[in-house]
Design a protein around this ligand. Structure first.
Ligand code: FES
Ligand code: FES
Length: 158
């Protein structure tokens, strides 16, 4: 199978490599870069566990070819925290019990991160809409929405 050059940044670090044309972005991140925080769930674009940010937009990496991210800035859950400091979304998910098994959490965090960067003070409906492509089989979603609102400083619905 032909190899394609791939130049991108992942969590701020430059990556220059080559990949088979059909290499999925999820597999490239998990297996080639060992960034296993990005999860594979349904692998059909439904669950959102594999969500990463590509140039700031949430993307289901199980449906995306790695070569399509060439020249782009990719962010995964590993890139959310700054040094030893958790991202405020991560702190809020812990504080508000926004996770149980945790399998959906990396994708939820990345979708929520994109939302807050575009809309720092979302309403609960805007949070629900932004997370519409992320499924959770544990929490019933209420605490996840509360977690995002908490991170946005709007837990009281102000
Ligand atoms: S694993 Fe990608 S959407 Fe489910
Ligand atoms: S916490 Fe288990 S799937 Fe969401």
């Amino acid at each position: 199978m032909g190899m394609h050059t791939l130049d991108l940044t992942v969590n701020g670090e430059t990556v220059s490599t080559s990949v088979p044309a059909r290499r999925l972005l999820a597999d490239f991140l998990r297996e080639d870069l060992h960034l296993t925080g990005t999860k594979r769930g349904c692998e059909t674009g439904i669950c959102g566990a594999c969500t990463v940010l590509v140039d700031g937009q949430p993307l289901k990496s199980c449906l995306s070819l790695a070569v399509m991210a060439s020249g782009c800035e990719v962010r995964t859950v590993e890139g959310l925290r700054e040094g030893e400091t958790l991202h405020r979304l991560q702190e809020s998910f812990v504080r508000c019990a926004g996770l149980q098994c945790g399998y959906c959490t990396p994708g939820m965090l990345m979708s929520a991160c994109a939302l807050l960067e575009a809309n720092p003070r979302p309403t609960a409906d805007e949070v629900r809409a932004a997370l519409g492509g992320n499924l959770c089989r544990c929490t019933g979603y209420t605490q996840i929405v509360e977690s995002v609102l908490d991170a946005a400083g709007r837990r009281d619905g102000d």
